[in-house]
Write a protein that binds this ligand. Structure first.
Ligand code: 9D3
Length: 235
């Protein structure tokens, strides 16, 4: 899958994809990430990407023309297996269902907003949709784009070493709703600063361990994420 990122801060993306799973996915060719500098599509010699809002108001907006020229050069024609997303605080919330959907595409273009916002014609006539990663205010779309790429890339075939490990994770089953958090897990030592690992995990009784894990996962979900449970569980 090819991820395109359109940004005024191309250097921002030097770090996030050069470690771990994403790094290996790029080396194996399962994932390609192309960073595009918005200033490459500015026609003026000052490489102007922003301007003041009509009608007055605080701050600057990203101008439409460089964004349209860039996006039209990256995706010369519309295709069902390509998607253009505007990362925006006003977008639909990104979740595991959206990640699954995007993982079915061949190419994804992520447009990063900056300043106080983006000329509305980009949302209306250039992007297929607006996407937010959560109900908090970021300074721009770059961190959000990195989050989306990470969540989508790890779903692609051949990206995780063990093909089944993505499928069994929390949140994976039908996205939020049917999901339960992972059970608590422990490694050595069996006692650390007086805190003991649950005895059952050391017992070697696999049936007991399975029952304990299921119960512990439900209890942890009820405690930390009761919104994920479709039903109440007994005390
Ligand atoms: C409170 C600021 N608002 C008016 C000046 C609107 C606003 C504009 C631009 C709020 C945030 C931003 C920059 N944020 C993003 O571009 C962004 C974002 C986010 O802020 N939260 C969650 N997801 C995303 S995706 C892109």
């Amino acid at each position: 899958m090819i991820f395109h990122v359109l940004t005024i801060f191309p250097e921002f993306f030097r770090g996030p994809f050069e470690h771990g799973v994403l790094q290996r996915a790029r080396q194996s060719g399962a994932v390609e990430i192309r960073i595009h500098n918005l200033r490459d599509w500015t026609p003026d010699r000052h490489k102007t990407v922003d301007d003041r809002p009509f009608g007055g108001g605080e701050g600057m907006l990203l101008k439409p023309e460089p964004l349209f020229l860039a996006a039209e050069s990256i995706f010369p024609e519309r295709r069902a297996d390509r998607r253009t997303l505007l990362l925006s605080a006003h977008g639909r919330l990104f979740d595991q269902n959206a990640a699954n959907e995007f993982a079915g595409l061949r190419e994804l273009l992520l447009i990063c907003g900056r300043y106080e916002g983006v000329d509305e014609r980009v949302a209306e006539h250039l992007a297929d949709s607006e996407l937010s990663i959560g109900n908090y205010v970021l300074s721009g779309g770059e961190l959000a784009a990195a989050v989306v790429i990470d969540a989508v890339a790890r779903l692609l075939p051949g990206v995780l070493g063990n093909a089944s490990s993505a499928a069994f994770e929390s949140f994976q089953q039908a996205g939020h709703g049917a999901g339960v958090l992972d059970c608590p897990q422990y490694t050595r030592p069996a006692e650390f600063r007086g805190w003991k690992v649950p005895e059952v995990l050391l017992s070697g009784n696999h049936e007991e361990i399975r029952r304990w894990r299921r119960q512990a996962a439900l209890e942890k979900t009820r405690r930390l994420r009761p919104d994920l449970l479709p039903f109440k569980i007994e005390d």
